[in-house]
Design a protein around this ligand. Structure first.
Ligand SMILES: [Zn+2]
Ligand SMILES: [Zn+2]
Length: 308
């Protein structure tokens, strides 16, 4: 079950790919125009921030390969429990820009409130960025509730703002690992449903001619899984079902699990999408989310790992 280190992509290629997909989305679903316009702004800002991290301009995380190999072999994602310095001064302006774009693009009063809290210096942005990188959704929810802010929206903007740094860590730690090295082998042997770097669940599965490639919702890691057991709880019995909500597009399906009520979308794909364009495929397949929700399923909450 190989881990896929995707080839590096230039900014121009990323933007051209994104433009083509947005164009196709709008042609098929003109009603998505406002959502596409907002996503263009958000993804554009994410790409700008990602560019600033390219070429090793962030402090590289130095985790010995032997240590990482042991960790992965125990089923623990690479970043779990690691004290990581985030480039707060680089990320914070992007966080404000993303919040503003969301507030102006239909995020409503709840997003305005988040933006005001940020601009008014009422939030410890550094601490929130750390919680986001650590995928501590529960702690963030508690914080948001206490601060009277919308949890889902706050998580959404934080997730977008930290994702370029998470992707840079992915590149730095797993990008150039030879398959024959012990770490390469440990990555290839990763059979879990959660991301080997950050522990997030996949946003979706790219079906590449029968090869099922999971794509991390956060750092955009790509890893392949065989078998059809539930990614979230391991259920492989009869409580599982596969829906094809649009029979005219049989390559788009959603797997539901009756045991944990989780679901995951699968889409026929010609090639893996580079960071951060998995979000485009996610938007494009909202009808699959809807179908899953109508069957009482939801995206599972992020898995928590014991801290050392
Ligand atoms: Zn990840
Ligand atoms: Zn399940």
């Amino acid at each position: 079950m190989p881990y896929a280190a995707l080839p590096p992509v230039t900014r121009a290629t990323r933007l051209a790919l994104a433009d083509a997909r947005w164009g196709a989305m709008l042609a098929a679903r003109p009603d998505l125009a406002p959502a596409v316009a907002l996503q263009r702004t958000l993804i554009g800002r994410v790409i700008d921030l990602a560019d600033s991290f390219e070429g090793g301009r962030i402090q590289r995380l130095s985790l010995p390969q032997r240590y990482l190999t042991t960790k992965l072999r125990s089923g623990i994602p690479a970043l779990t429990g690691e004290p990581i310095q985030l480039p707060v001064s680089a990320i914070a302006p992007a966080l404000v820009d993303l919040s503003r774009a969301l507030a102006e693009g239909g995020g409503g009063a709840a997003t305005q409130e988040i933006l005001r809290a940020m601009e008014g210096g009422r939030l410890d942005v550094g601490a929130l960025l750390v919680l986001t990188l650590r995928r501590e959704q529960g702690a963030l929810r508690a914080f948001a509730t206490k601060a009277g802010l919308g949890h889902d929206l706050l998580w959404l903007v934080l997730d977008l703002a930290v994702s370029p740094f998470a992707h840079a860590l992915l590149d730095g730690l797993f990008g150039a690992v030879p398959a024959e090295a012990p770490l390469g082998a440990a990555l290839d042997e990763w059979t879990h449903g959660y991301c080997p770097l950050c522990g997030s669940w996949p946003t979706l599965i790219e079906d590449l001619n029968g090869l099922r490639r999971l794509r991390c919702s956060f750092c955009a890691a790509a890893w392949d899984v065989a078998g059809r057991a539930c990614l979230f709880c391991g259920e492989s019995g009869e409580t599982r079902a596969t829906l094809t909500p649009d029979p005219s597009r049989p390559g788009r399906t959603v797997d539901l699990c009756g045991t944990c009520r989780g679901y995951v979308k699968t889409m026929d794909s010609e090639a893996s999408l580079p960071f951060p364009l998995v979000a485009l495929a996610d938007l494009e397949s909202m009808d699959l989310d809807l179908a899953a929700m109508q069957h009482g399923c939801a995206r599972p909450t992020i898995k928590q790992f014991p801290r050392r």
